[in-house]
Design a protein around this ligand. Sequence first.
Ligand code: SF4
Length: 128
Amino acid sequence: MNEPASTTTERAGWRELSACRHSDPELFFPVVPSGPGRDQLAAAKAVCASCAVRAECLSYSMATVQDHGVWGGTSEEERRAMRRARLRRSLSAAATRERPDPGERPDPGERRDHASQRRRQPALGASA
Ligand code: SF4
């Protein structure tokens, strides 16, 4: 009987199912992304393209902030761009949540209360 792929992946560990498990690890860590490194990067990405656990690999690399090498079919630069985009979305969502509803005006009485409290508090260093 066949099991669902996710169950098999969880039990075996995604690394054991990777397409690169018998590849030269050096291929996945090009020293520079240009020149011969560009060919190395393309070769590593070609292996990733046929990998059954590509999503798990990318997810792991993002969660553990893997700065070097090819993970989940992405280069270092691509993952940095993904992290920046994720941060921008997160900041934008937070700003949207904190922005007051434009249709909601502050209670004028509440503002007066804060102002009168400030007037009642003595300034630091002021003698009584
Ligand atoms: S996605 Fe690429 S680096 Fe990740 S496990 Fe698969 S082949 Fe290896």
